[in-house]
Ligand binder design. Structure first.
Ligand code: PRX
Length: 651
């Protein structure tokens, strides 16, 4: 780590927000003993939570830990769809809404637990009818419609690991993921609505499938209708509604072993191709169930809304599995926050009387920028808890969230976790922990997090280091799909028996954790992981590009924005038009979220004497900071000219 001292501004944040007494009095976690109890025997702590779930057969061993591989609840048999659907539908929650859905154009649907049971069973039979068996992979590329969680739960019911690909990813990204996991079936839709326009999912899926030999069938949910202008391929493509009509209403759930795979979800790594994060059944469900219950303080009457897309892990864990395992009523919204107006989210909160609201700092900063009049024009009095996830939340945004949205009544839970961790690992328990704006506060009970230096030694308060997790937890990734070597190398090679998160962090005198962003070459753009390497590889595929270096520069709304330093090939002229073309090229190749904000043409790149691009310097340049030590540079002149160029030539 180049800079061992913490960002002083952060540690000078002294405001403390104790849990409101009326909240603390009713909280699911209100006995501070929970921390000591979990610490004294973390296996027993998690086992106690697992016992609240429904198992076909109980486990015989809670944990087997042979670093870097963990197995939880060995010998246990369960099915996640039974836990998320059947046990509510067959009990007192039969008529309770599971999903309150609102489409972007304003259409609405309510699915009770009984409705969800019926749909999940039918779709599970559809999958079986298409030849899907336990262990077969199913790729899912859908808009935010109820059929998306239905598809996930149906996969879980038949024991087919799902791999959801975010609908904003390109055809090429979809193809890469389908081929990597060898999916047999693709579930998609004719399109989705976004800001009044159609997201042409089926068209992109068709493009992806031009070279995806493992896909045998495609199920297409009709969301848009005629305006989607799609074509169906005979013998491969089937309409969701046609298959559902013919499907039997009951589908026996597959008894899954605790360690059977539930899903594979791809996330960007600092090098090379996306990593297929592999999650299993028993531990993952226990982790998401417990964290939803205690971090979000979920109660029977809550109306819970997580605004993420199910294409990301936040949606998997905290729209689908965690809340439904708790029998919650979840709001689900299809579209953009500013359609038709910038008050759409607040209108939804008002209309459904949302009590728990979970979103990302990038959204919060956008709302701040839009101004208070939008939230202030709606009745937000139903809210009682606010959550944040995806990137560090700056204290200013935290305070705005707490006051303008939460009216200084609602605790704010800043939740730190990753696709890899499966569930929240660092977050306040809202009835017990006093919060500080910008800090994710303390590890969840049973989680042993630490901040260490390069040697793996714990850092004293105020000293920046690497965030590591010192002992296994139930929802941790088990490995990377088809690449255990990379799993070992990425997460377990730096510190042999500690999980390396890739994040920098510092603890303060009170033991609170302050997250400081990635220490590797991963950017957090609007809370989404994007690899600088992936963008660089995409750029150099363009004929005009000889070399490219990409960094994440600070961005007021998105947290970070990709900035690309590009050297053009002989014969090409660096023009504004070319910059525009390159941005589109990347967006087309990888998806719109990867589109670089800046293209900076340069004649050279700052490199160390051993030829490594000095990204730190590029970041300093892009953020207009005073340059640090450049003595290891092969040609320090490059930096000076780049700095000048960036200031005057940003496109
Ligand atoms: O850098 C951390 C940041 O997001 C990364 C994980 O990204 P992803 O796997 O896409 O999962 C995002 C949703 C869980 C982390 O390594 N991150 C996530 N939440 C926070 C955060 N950084 C600071 N504070 C958070 N609350």
């Amino acid at each position: 780590m180049t800079d061992p001292t913490a960002d002083q501004a952060l540690l000078e944040e002294k405001r403390l927000f104790p849990p409101p007494p009326e909240f603390a009095a009713q909280a699911n976690a209100r006995d501070p003993e929970i921390y000591a109890r979990a610490e004294s025997d973390f296996e027993a702590f998690w086992a106690g939570l697992a016992e609240e779930l429904e198992w076909f057969e109980k486990w015989h061993t809670t944990l087997e830990w042979t670093p870097p591989h963990a197995k939880w609840f060995l010998g246990g048999k369960l099915n996640i769809s039974v836990n998320c659907v059947d046990r509510h539908a067959k009990g007192s929650r039969k008529d309770k809404p599971a999903i309150l859905w609102e489409g972007e154009p304003g259409d609405v649907r309510t699915l009770t637990y009984e409705d969800l049971y019926r749909e999940v069973n039918r779709f599970a039979n559809v999958l079986r009818g298409l030849g899907v068996q336990k262990g077969d992979r199913v790729a899912i590329y859908m808009p935010m419609v109820p059929e998306l969680p239905i598809a996930l739960l149906a996969c879980a019911r038949v024991g087919a690991p799902h791999s959801v690909v975010f609908g904003g990813f390109s055809a090429e990204s979809l193809r890469e993921r389908i081929n990597h996991c060898g999916a047999k079936v693709l579930v998609t839709a004719d399109g989705g609505w976004r800001r009044g326009g159609v997201v042409p999912l089926k068209k992109w899926a068709d493009e992806a499938l031009e070279d995806a030999p493992t896909i045998e069938s495609v199920v297409v949910y009709e969301r848009i209708g005629e305006r989607a202008h799609i074509s169906m391929k005979e013998g491969r493509d089937y309409w969701w509604h046609e298959l559902m009509e013919k499907a039997e209403p009951e589908c026996a759930p597959e008894p899954m072993d605790s360690e059977d795979i539930l899903f594979i979800l791809y996330t960007s790594g600092s090098t090379g191709k996306p990593k297929g994060i592999q999650h299993t059944t028993g531990g993952y469900l226990t982790g998401v169930y417990a964290t939803t219950k205690y971090v979000f303080d979920l109660k029977e009457d809550d109306i819970y809304w997580c605004t993420a897309d199910i294409g990301w892990v936040t949606g998997h864990s905290y729209i689908v599995y965690g809340p439904l395992a708790n029998g919650a009523t979840c709001v689900m919204y299809e579209g953009a926050p500013d359609t038709p107006e910038r008050d759409r989210f607040w209108k939804i909160v008002e209309k459904y009387r949302v009590t728990i609201f979970y979103t990302a700092p990038t959204a919060i900063r956008t709302f701040m920028k839009w101004g208070d009049k939008f939230p202030n024009s709606c009745d937000l009095s139903s809210l009682r808890l606010l959550g944040s996830v995806g990137e560090p939340i700056n204290p200013e945004a935290w305070i705005w969230y707490s006051s303008t949205i939460g009216k200084n009544r609602c605790p704010v839970v800043d939740t730190w976790w990753q696709t890899e961790t499966g569930h929240i690992l660092i977050s306040p328990l809202p009835g017990l922990i006093a919060t500080k704006p910008g800090s994710a506060t303390k590890p969840f009970p049973g989680i042993l997090a630490d901040v260490v230096n390069d040697q793996g030694e714990s850092m004293p308060p105020g000293r920046k280091g690497y965030l590591v997790i010192r002992r296994p937890w139930p929802g941790m990734l088990r490995t990377l799909w088809m690449d255990d070597d990379r799993y070992r190398q990425v997460y377990w090679s730096r510190f042999k028996t500690m999980y390396f998160t890739g994040d920098g962090a510092v603890r303060d005198e009170d033991g609170y954790f302050w997250l400081m962003g990635r220490v590797d070459d991963v950017m957090l753009v609007a809370g989404h992981n994007i690899s600088t390497m992936e963008l660089e590889s995409a750029l150099v595929e363009h004929p005009a590009v000889a070399e490219a270096a990409v960094i994440g520069r600070k961005h007021e709304i998105k947290g970070q924005a990709p900035a690309a330093f590009v050297i053009v090939r002989e014969g090409y002229v660096p023009t504004e038009h070319l910059a525009f073309e390159l941005k589109n090229f990347v967006a087309h190749k990888l998806g719109a979220i990867c589109r670089p904000d800046d293209i900076i043409f340069t004649a050279d790149l700052p490199k160390t004497r051993s030829g490594k691009i000095m990204r730190r310097l590029l970041r300093d340049i892009a953020e207009g900071r005073v340059l640090g030590d450049t003595t290891t540079l092969a040609d320090p002149g490059v930096v000076a000219s780049l700095k000048e160029k960036y200031a005057g030539d940003e496109t």
